[in-house]
Design a protein around this ligand. Structure first.
Ligand SMILES: Nc1nc2c(ncn2[C@@H]2O[C@H](COP(=O)(O)OP(=O)(O)O)[C@@H](O)[C@H]2O)c(=O)[nH]1
Ligand SMILES: [Mg+2]
Length: 369
């Protein structure tokens, strides 16, 4: 899923490390030292060759006398100059604000190119800053430190469900799940996959064919139901979707069925009348879980859809479909951060078993962080 992002992040970490080394050398060579202070400092050292950060160990660190320290600190040209020298002598580097911004600019571009919106980039930046700014990093640890900080930052923007869905469904009968999203986002397919997932977890379900609008939609869901060996409740095309869902819930109650999965017609989040219709379905069915199905590959569009659906009807969780054909993966990283709701599943193909419970650790593993 992260074909592009994974490689780009890897080379970013590497180039950030190279920059740290470069910068450390720069400090060593270019930093102006007041002549007087410099002489006093050199008097203390027994050997004359210039000290390069790579060769020096902590043990060999030269501690200037208090007087020398004061003189260096008093030099007007560089604030905090002494500490910078010290860092370079012991082969350590402190990541300053200025330096952080320099390396972060590159990462920002990489994330933008891979469908991560600004709101999430800002959050990642904030998290990275907390971990990296003013942190003393020994040279051998630079790569690991940056990579670990990014891992933590991404971990903190991801959201997985707090409670296992199977347990949740077992706690209330029938458990009503409503699915919505735009046309072609993968709602009907995801419903069929979820029905199959429930079946493998010994839970029964009934499908509500509440997409009474799109041509062939009732046939499509009926075909899935018959393949899976489960019941579908349907009316005619043009019927009230809320009434279909209501009947499905009634059927579940009288047949002791665990879950009701309500399909709906795809609707553009920008069409007010369709959003009002969705509000009516919510009022009538009182779903226990409202699931927004978004297509992973649509990038920033899906973030906008999620925000609008969340404001209009409220989202409890997200299914991101077509993760298998998404080479960027930015939406999986950012959708939760944009609406503050977890991703429940990733759709990873066209077969019934291609529905993967969302786990933060899996994402980090896929990113190789
Ligand atoms: N590759 C892939 N295709 C998917 C996935 N989910 C759905 N699709 C395909 O996307 C198309 C639209 O799906 P459908 O469920 O009809 O979307 P709906 O209009 O939201 O109900 C169909 O061709 C599905 O087979 C997925 O996770 N991966
Ligand atoms: Mg459909």
């Amino acid at each position: 899923m992260f074909k592009f992002l994974k490689e780009k992040i890897k080379s970013w970490v590497k180039s950030s490390k190279d920059k740290v080394e470069e910068k450390t050398k720069e400090i060593k060579v270019e930093a102006p030292i007041k002549e007087k202070a410099k002489k006093k400092l050199s008097k203390q050292t027994t050997t004359s060759p210039p000290i390069t950060p790579q060769k020096i160990t902590e043990k060999e660190e030269q501690i200037p006398t208090k007087q020398v320290q004061e003189e260096i600190q008093q030099t007007p040209e560089k604030k905090g100059f002494f500490s910078r020298i010290k860092e370079s002598i012991v082969g350590k580097y402190k990541i300053t604000d200025e330096y952080f911004n320099e390396i972060f600019d590159q990462l920002e571009l990489i994330l933008l190119e891979n469908n991560v919106p600004i709101i999430t980039i800002d959050k990642i930046k904030e998290e990275l800053k907390k971990e990296l700014i003013n942190k003393e990093v020994s040279k051998s640890d630079v790569e690991h430190t940056i990579s670990l900080a990014l891992k933590n930052a991404i971990y903190n923007v991801l959201q997985e469900p707090e409670e296992d869905l199977i347990k949740k469904i077992q706690s209330k009968k029938p458990f009503v799940i409503l699915f919505f999203g735009i046309n072609g986002s993968g709602k009907t397919t995801s419903i069929a996959k979820l029905a199959n997932y429930l079946k493998t977890n010994n839970l029964t379900s009934v499908l509500a064919a509440s997409d009474t609008f799109r041509a062939a939609s009732i046939e499509q869901i009926s075909k899935h139901a018959s393949k899976l060996g489960i019941k579908v409740v349907k009316h005619d095309y043009g019927a009230d979707p809320a009434a279909v869902a209501f009947d499905a819930i009634k059927h579940a109650k009288s047949n002791n069925i665990d879950a009701v999965l309500i399909d709906t017609a795809g609707r553009m989040h920008t069409k007010n009348d369709l959003m009002r219709e969705m509000e009516k379905i919510v009022r009538v069915t009182k779903p226990d879980l409202k699931v927004f199905v978004g297509e992973s590959t649509t990038g920033s569009d899906v973030i906008e859809q999620a925000k609008t659906f969340n404001e209009a009807v409220g989202i409890d969780g997200v299914i991101l479909s077509k993760a298998d054909i998404d080479e960027k993966g930015g939406v999986a990283i950012s959708v939760s951060n944009a609406i503050n709701k977890p991703i429940l599943f990733l759709g990873t193909g066209q077969n019934y078993e291609d529905l993967k419970p969302f786990k933060k650790d899996d994402i980090l593993r896929e990113l190789d962080l």
